[in-house]
Design a protein around this ligand. Structure first.
Ligand code: BTN
Length: 239
């Protein structure tokens, strides 16, 4: 696996997209600092200072694996939960792929497709994990409660050790995941979801919908019940 490391980038996802042609399948781009980190739904991902993980995995699909790509971020969220569990923590997943510890967000995942004309050339799968953040810097994120692994464990976290474990756990099962898709992670994913059978509101690009979260279906989509009707969501942000 090729690992390309930078001291600073605007965004590891932007770098990977702009250089996709020269990056091989399964290569990894990381940066110690990010100046314009990108988040889901047009948000940004702030560099909170300290040694945190900013990493993008470059994946180039073959036609048989294209179907599984819609669940890649969920596969990575499960992989991250397993790694965090090895630190003695109990992470939870907030659909579709936020990872929380004690109700606070510790990591974000963003996959972006890169096209040339109508052809999909690859996926850049970015992940940011707060590993070593000073408590007072957490308040720089104003729209949600966030945390960091050092604060949850009381220990300084070795960034390169964490990164190496996460990438090898990701690639250990990646081929099985590509073959089986969401089915491969469904039980591991659902066992870490915490909001089923409660009322939730989900914000999309233009609107917010409120209903009872009934299930995660076989495609990894969230099924909400509203006015006795089922709504199937494949994008959004639980508020
Ligand atoms: C989110 O929760 O909104 C997703 C955040 C994803 C952040 C990571 S950090 C590494 C990679 N590069 C980016 O610009 N974004 C992702």
């Amino acid at each position: 696996m090729d690992i390309i490391s930078f001291e600073e980038l605007d965004s590891t996802n932007i770098y990977a997209k702009n250089n996709l042609e020269n990056l091989s399948d399964r290569s990894v781009v990381c940066a110690r600092r990010q100046t314009s980190g990108r988040g889901r739904l047009q948000r940004s991902w702030l560099d909170l200072g300290g040694d945190n993980l900013y990493m993008t995995i470059v994946l180039k699909p073959c036609s048989e694996s294209l179907n599984s790509f819609q669940n890649l971020t969920q596969y990575l969220s499960v992989t991250l939960c397993k790694l965090l569990e090895s630190y003695g923590l109990t992470p939870q997943i907030k659909w579709p792929n936020d990872v929380l510890i004690n109700g606070k967000k510790i990591a974000g995942i963003l996959s972006e497709a890169a096209f040339q004309g109508n052809t999909m050339k690859g996926i850049v799968l970015g992940i940011g994990v707060n590993l070593n953040v000073e408590r007072e810097n957490l308040s720089l994120v104003t729209d949600k409660e966030v945390t960091s692994l050092n604060l949850e464990t009381g220990k300084t976290i070795d960034l390169s050790d964490f990164q190496q474990k996460l990438t090898s756990m990701f690639f250990d099962n990646y081929d099985k995941f590509l073959k089986q898709g969401f089915e491969f992670i469904k039980s591991d994913y659902i066992s870490r979801i915490y909001f089923l059978d409660t009322e939730i509101s989900v914000k999309g690009f233009n609107s917010t919908v409120t209903g009872i979260a009934r299930e995660i279906n076989d495609c990894g989509e969230l099924v909400l019940e509203k006015d006795k009707k089922k709504l199937v969501l494949n994008i959004g942000d639980i508020l």
